[in-house]
Design a protein around this ligand. Sequence first.
Ligand code: SF4
Length: 362
Amino acid sequence: MTQDARTAFLELDLPGLEAWCGARGMPRFAARQLAEWVYAKGTIDLGTMTNLSKAHRDLLAHEMRFLQGDELRDLEATDGTRKLLLGWPAPGVTLPVLGVATGRETECVMIPSEERRTACVSSQMGCPVGCRFCASGLEGVEGNLTAGRIVEQVWRLARKPGVGRVTNVVFMGMGEPLANASAVMDAIRTLNAPWGLGISARKITISTVGLPTAIRKLCDFELPVTLALSLHAPNDELRRRIIPWAEYSTVPELLDACQEWFRKTGREITLEYILLGGFNDRREHAEELSRVARTIRANVNLIRYNEVDGLPFARPGDDDVLVFQRVLREAGVNTHIRASRRGRDIKAACGQLRHEALRAGG
Ligand code: SF4
């Protein structure tokens, strides 16, 4: 493994790219041209960048790397869902050693529907939260992803056949995005920028397990992103049994932070609630959840659990899910059931591919 001194393109914003070009005797407008090739046209092939001089293309070939990761797996489900397992080099090395799982792997998923192309991305390598039902937290966390590595996931997914433009991005892959907030916000700036991928900020969703201080800080973020709170249980007692970080903040504290979010941004919050068969899917849980949701005028997304090998939770019955939804709706809460069966044949539950790679030793 060798040291890589090249600049990582996707880590730069436009002013950074202009400064980089300027420092190498390239004209300022070359930065915009480069950004257009990479983000708008989706190419990193210097040979096609014919509006740049040959001398500048040679310089770029030596001093710039466009991608940092390596595609270890690329799986497509029968329903069109596509999942990539990416490997990230350790600091100071070029590429991961092929075939050896190191924990520096992350997953990202493209979920196509008639009107949307949603990229589900990771913010960390693994996850420090360790929710009891989730494969992502099983091996802990290996580190944060940089902004460029977050952007790279969307860029790679957009290039897959039939995808074209990504319309939505959700931070619902591996990791707790607000535990890596600075990189996540920088990535969102690039995803949203007219010179970047041009994705509407409102169609970018940060999904957090709930860090009240970080939610309050996010209220001041200049871009109007959407916030989702992974509640998964309507009270502290039940929540602490499945989310270790629930020890650090109570449901009322989270609701306070959410109310501040709504007051300051005017944007509604979505509560994510993963239905675990026989655990949090009873009528009384739905009634309690409806009271919580009404307090903060939240919508609720119900997610049917996808089983993970080795974890003790079951998928809920279809009837139980419908009753749960009906109770919420009758209480006046806007509730949707997310189509979590999508991609089941490629292990779409977050973290499953990485977990398998690590268990198999690569
Ligand atoms: S559900 Fe989210 S927060 Fe919990 S362990 Fe998985 S990735 Fe981390």
